[in-house]
Each structure stands twice: as C-alpha cells, then as structure tokens.
Ligand binder design. Structure first.
Ligand code: NAD
Length: 472
C-alpha cells in the first residue's frame, strides 16, 4: 500500500509472477457517505420496478457473464493466481447463481389466505433499502455473486466492498451490470480495507451487511454491525475434515482428497485440511500421496495469494515437523521456473499429526493436508466435533449405515459422503455452522430471500357486511 498527498492507493499484485498489475485508490469515509446517498435515491426507483422487470436486467447480465467469460477468467487468474479451469469454474458458478436469482419471481409470490369471511391476510417481500457486502480474496467473482444478483433482484441497492487484494474482477462485473441495464447507483463499489469495513458497519443508512472472510474478522463485523442495529450475516473461516474408513474406494478417495486439498491452491473455505484416517487405511494414504504428486505448481496447481501467505503456510509445515509430525510430501521452497517471483507452495501431505498441534487446529489456507490417525469411528467423530469451525466435513465409506451415522454426527453445515468438496448447488443453500458463520440463515438458496427482505403482512376487508370474528 502507498500513500500520496491525497489518496491511499493499494497495489494489486499478481501471485502468478509477482508483477504489479495496477493500483486502486481507496474510498474514504466521506466517499462512502456520497455512495450511500446515491444508493438511497437509486433504491427508491429500483424498488418500484416490478421483480419481473428486474429479472430482465439479470437475464441480460447472465448473458454478458457468459459472453465475457474468457476476459473474466483471465482477470480472476491474474489477480488471484488460480489455474484457468478454476477461474472458469468461478464464472460458471456466478452464472448459476444469477440463474437462481432470475427464478426469484417464482419464489417470492407470498402467501394469501381468507382468514375470516371477506378478510384476507397476505405477505409481501419488501426490500431493505441500501445493503452492503464485504468479500474475501479467494473467490473474486463467485463469492460476490452469492449476494449481488439475489439482493439486487429483491429490490435492494448495494454497496460492495471487494477484497483490496483482488478488486479488478468486480470492477469489470460492475461494468457488465451497467451494460445489462442496472440503473445508476443500484450497485456501487467501495474500495478499501479495515477503515472502509468499519465505516460500512457504522453507517446509519445501510440496513444489512453480509460478510465473507476469516473468522476473526467475521466476528468483529458481526458484533460491530449488530451494535448499530443492522441485520448481519458473517461467514468465517474453516477447518474441514475428511474421514476415511477402511472400506472406502481407494482410487476414488485418493483422487478426491488430493483434488480437495490442492484445488485453488488450498485457498477454499471448503478445502480438505485434515484427513482423519480410521484403522488401517495405509493403502489409501499411499494413493493420496501419489495422486498429490501429480499436482504441479504453475501448471495444474495455482499460486497462493501473496508472499506473506506463502510464508505463513510454510511456517505451519515447519512447526508441525518440529512438533514430531512426518512430512510425506513437502511443498516448501517451491519456485516455478519463468515465474520466480510468483508465490507457489507445492502439495504437502503431513502424517502423524496430533489434534494438539497448531496445524491441526488452525486454518492453514494452503495446499496442505494433515493426517490424524485413530482407531474407531467414535474417535474420528470426536476429533472433527472438537474443532471450532463447522463449514464442511465428509466421510469416505462404502457402508450406507456408516454414511448415515457420520452425516448425522459430524458438526458442519455442509456434509459430504464420498465427496471432497461438499458444496451444495443452486437452489440448495451454502453455509456453515459453529465458528464458520455468525447470524441466522444461509447466504444463498431460498433462505437468502429472508435475509435480503422484510415480510410485510397486510390484512384487508372491503365489504362492511362481511362477517368478522373476535379479532376484528
Ligand atoms: P479477511 O478476513 O482477511 O478479509 C475479508 C474482508 O475483510 C476483506 O474485504 C478485508 O478488506 C476485510 N478486513 C480484513 N481485515 C479486517 C479488519 N481487521 N477489520 C475489518 N475488515 C477487515 O479474509 P481473506 O484473507 O480475504 O479471505 C480468506 C478467509 O475467508 C479464509 O478464512 C476463508 O476460510 C474465508 N472464507 C470463508 C468462506 C465461507 O463461506 N465461510 C468463503 C470464502 C472465504
């Protein structure tokens, strides 16, 4: 970050090769006031537009995302460090959520019932006005689309704060929203970091805040925005456990586990972090190591976000080694030829990790898999249950009975059976529990309708002679 006489600007650096892509000026708290003022005016007119007409904007937007997929993929890749396939998958997911948002006219019809003769009760979903979203670095396009199409389709105006590390993809998406016909002021970007987040939390004219990021900041945002009486949904970090039983299919499990821990360079809130090996599963562990060796940094394994992130991840590996764990595959000191300033960590598998080690307890957020060994299903469940996070967890088994047991006893919001990244697809909702989420409901799917709207309850009677009951 650099400061000139007037503005603070943030350097946007590509993790692929360490090159400075551009600098982005931060907005000040006064700038935020102006953005919110503009959004308030815009939200009045946008709210008056029918939801069917709002859907027309998002049908166009969906098409624009599709038409511009290569450009968006390149932007994501350059600012975040992902592989082409991973970056393209983000665009696909953004399209899928936009399609869900386009179906909202069908899902928000509201109830109506004749409660006494001639007396009708009905529900309307009413937008909140100006809302705000704060995003992390790891999915520059997908995570923003968890909220943008849904909240806007429901008639809100939005101030969106992208991660200061990856602002470029959202700058392009804002242009596409405008091109799709979204009126001025309905969607605006606010660039910045902590100061901007605090200003958003405190702003009296912002009604609701959604946050996605680390648990530490999620907690701060949840408390601060609630303090100023906002509706808040704050998604935090993760520590996802994959439990492998001896009857698991070895090839499928190995391929799945390796893909889950190395996908997006391990920087997914649903990435495999701990493999809980139950009983004799040595043949599966050997296969996981072999499969992980096929992940090649700079080719099918992307970069981690920054030099600081690389240092942090490597520090965790070194600490685990010093604490007595066995490094089966070591991704430290990885340098990619031709991209020497890129920030890469190779696939890393660590055996004989114990639940007390830092690497077993804390979020590492890199392509690192810790193996904790135990003898029974009870122990495996207890290990997973003891961790403070609750985003995802999976079991690998060919027993339906075991699958059911784990699915009901693991404490995570998103559970998988023989699935390494158990992320629900639309219209099913995304969301963790425990330290991975503060607030009620989920950020996508049907429950997001309740987060982004108020329910207005209207009772009507038109005929004076209609019979009414005790409550009239
Ligand atoms: P982060 O918490 O550092 O930053 C998230 C946002 O908060 C950014 O916009 C940043 O500018 C802002 N911020 C940072 N520090 C702040 C502070 N002290 N006060 C106020 N605002 C602050 O997260 P990150 O490093 O960008 O993203 C990685 C984290 O996000 C991981 O922990 C990952 O698990 C989590 N994540 C969770 C989910 C989920 O669904 N639960 C999804 C994606 C990412």
């Amino acid at each position: 970050m650099t400061t000139n006489t007037k503005t603070v600007v943030c350097d946007v650096i590509s993790p692929l090769d360490g090159r400075l892509i551009t600098t982005i000026p931060y907005h000040s708290a006064e700038d935020l006031n102006a953005l919110v003022k503009h959004a308030k005016i815009a939200s009045n007119a946008w709210e008056q537009t029918t939801i069917k007409n709002r859907a027309q904007v998002f049908f166009k937007y969906r098409k624009l995302l599709d038409n511009n997929r290569n450009e968006l993929m390149e932007l994501i890749r350059t600012e975040n460090g992902k592989t082409e396939g991973e970056a393209m998958a983000e665009v696909d997911k953004a399209i899928e959520i936009t399609e869900f948002a386009c179906s909202l006219p069908q899902l928000t019809t509201g109830d109506i019932l004749e409660v006494s003769r001639g007396v009708y009760c009905e529900d309307h979903y009413v937008p909140l006005g100006v809302v705000a979203c704060i995003a992390p670095f790891n999915f520059p396009v997908m995570v923003p689309h968890w909220t943008i199409p849904i909240a806007l389709m429901l008639g809100n105006a939005m101030i969106f704060k992208p991660s200061e590390v990856v602002p470029l993809s959202m700058i392009r998406c804002a242009e596409l929203l405008k091109e799709a016909g979204l009126p001025d002021g309905v969607f605006q970007l606010a660039h910045g970091k902590q100061e901007m987040v605090e200003a958003i939390c405190d702003h009296p004219d912002i009604s609701a805040v959604s946050f996605v990021g680390s648990t530490k900041v999620a907690e701060i945002v949840y408390k601060r925005a609630s303090q100023s009486l906002k509706r808040v949904l704050a998604l935090g970090g993760a520590k996802n456990h994959l439990i492998v039983l001896p009857d698991a299919n070895p090839e499928m499990t190995a391929a799945n586990v390796a893909a889950s821990m190395t996908g997006c360079a391990g920087q997914r809130c649903m990435a495999a972090s701990v493999l809980v090996a139950v009983g004799d599963v040595q043949h599966i562990i050997d296969a996981v190591v072999e499969e992980s060796k096929t992940m090649c940094p700079g080719s099918n394994l992307g970069a981690v976000i920054s030099a600081d992130a690389k240092l942090r991840i490597e520090r965790y590996i070194t600490q685990a080694e010093s604490a007595g764990a066995t490094i089966l595959l070591d991704g430290r000191n990885t340098i990619v030829q031709g991209a020497e300033n890129g920030t890469y960590v190779g696939p890393t598998v660590i055996d004989n990790v114990t639940p007390e080690m830092a690497i077993a307890k804390e979020e590492v957020f890199g392509p690192v898999l810790s193996i904790i060994r135990c003898e029974t299903a009870e122990e495996a469940i207890a290990i997973q249950n003891a961790n403070p996070y609750g985003n995802g967890a999976s079991v690998y088994t060919s027993s339906g009975e075991m699958a059911r047991r784990f699915a009901s006893e693991l404490t995570a919001g998103m559970l998988g059976v023989n699935i390494g990244v158990p992320v629900p697809r639309e219209p099913f909702a995304f969301g963790g529990i425990k330290g991975s989420k503060f607030g009620v409901g989920d950020i996508t799917g049907k429950s997001s309708i309740h987060f982004w709207t108020e329910k207005r309850k209207i009772t009507t009677k038109w005929n004076a002679s209609d019979w009414t009951d005790w409550m009239s």
